[in-house]
Design a protein around this ligand. Structure first.
Ligand code: BGC
Length: 266
């Protein structure tokens, strides 16, 4: 594996609607470049998405410098470099050796992770979950619903709690921000659906804190106070920047928030 020596990394966040990338300062958790955003190709096919990612990477400064880590976040279960699900992208992703496919197209090593995990990692390292003890669930409300489960700031990957079945329906299909837009829901109607979702989560994982991210969290004052639950619920610090920040931070090993595991067994 390439040793990354720079306090800078590149983050790419692939979403159901847009694919975004930037160069990140890993000490401060801020963008060092402009954010590049390209619409997710219709159909979400692997070749099309990979081509857009390669294009974005090539436009970012120093992207061919392999001392700079490159992280790519994707909206599916990511296990050992494979995508194991596909909710808002083509089914062709299911079972695909996606990490290898991106590496071949970009021409360098990447770190490949789930998008909500990247957002949760960013909040733990640079944002609302920094130094927070206990069980925190970061939820991203976008085209789908992503979840990142943290315990004392350590991420348990691939939580996928946005696919809980409630009243016979996959909750993401009725309560995501995408569903709010599609169904033209007002804040109160949407908050009632979100109350159902967060109440179920309270029963299942008894969190100490919910953090709500995704672009819509910039309007948190409109809907967070309407969510009627017992657990504290706050807006994410980095909103829709968190995926990029977290992808970059998770790719970086020299500057990781969580120390690398000892290989000596000591
Ligand atoms: C996917 C998750 C993803 C979330 C947010 C869901 O449909 O299953 O993996 O984190 O959308 O993009």
């Amino acid at each position: 594996m390439t040793k990354h020596t720079s306090p800078v990394a590149i983050g790419i966040d692939i979403g159901g609607t847009g694919i975004k990338g930037a160069t990140v300062d890993l000490e401060k958790g801020v963008f060092l470049s402009d954010r590049i955003k390209i619409a997710t190709p219709a159909g979400g096919l692997p070749d099309d998405i990979v081509a857009v990612v390669a294009d974005i990477v090539s436009q970012l400064p120093s992207s061919d410098d392999e001392s700079i880590a490159l992280g790519v976040a994707f909206p599916a279960i990511v296990k050992h470099g494979r995508t194991l699900s596909a909710a808002n992208v083509s089914d062709e992703w299911i079972g695909l050796k996606a990490e290898k496919k991106f590496e071949k197209a970009i021409g360098r090593d990447i770190t490949f992770v789930n998008d909500a995990d990247a957002a949760g990692f960013a909040e733990a390292r640079f944002g609302a979950a920094k130094d927070v003890e206990g069980v925190t669930l970061v939820t991203t409300l976008g085209t789908g619903i992503g979840t990142a489960l943290l315990f004392d700031g350590v991420l348990v990957p691939n939580a996928e709690l946005g696919h809980l079945e409630i009243d016979g329906r996959d909750i993401e299909t009725v309560a995501s921000y995408g569903a709010k837009e599609r169904d033209d829901l007002g804040w109160e109607e949407w908050a009632a659906l979100l109350t159902t979702f967060y109440r179920r989560l309270e029963r299942l994982i008894a969190p100490d804190l919910f953090i709500v991210g995704g672009g819509v969290s910039k309007h948190h004052e409109q809907f967070l106070p309407l969510i009627d639950i017992d657990t504290p619920i706050i807006a994410a610090t980095h909103r829709n920047k968190a995926g990029i920040l977290g992808a970059a931070a998770m790719a970086d090993r020299g500057h990781a928030a969580v120390p690398e595991r000892s290989t000596t067994g000591a």
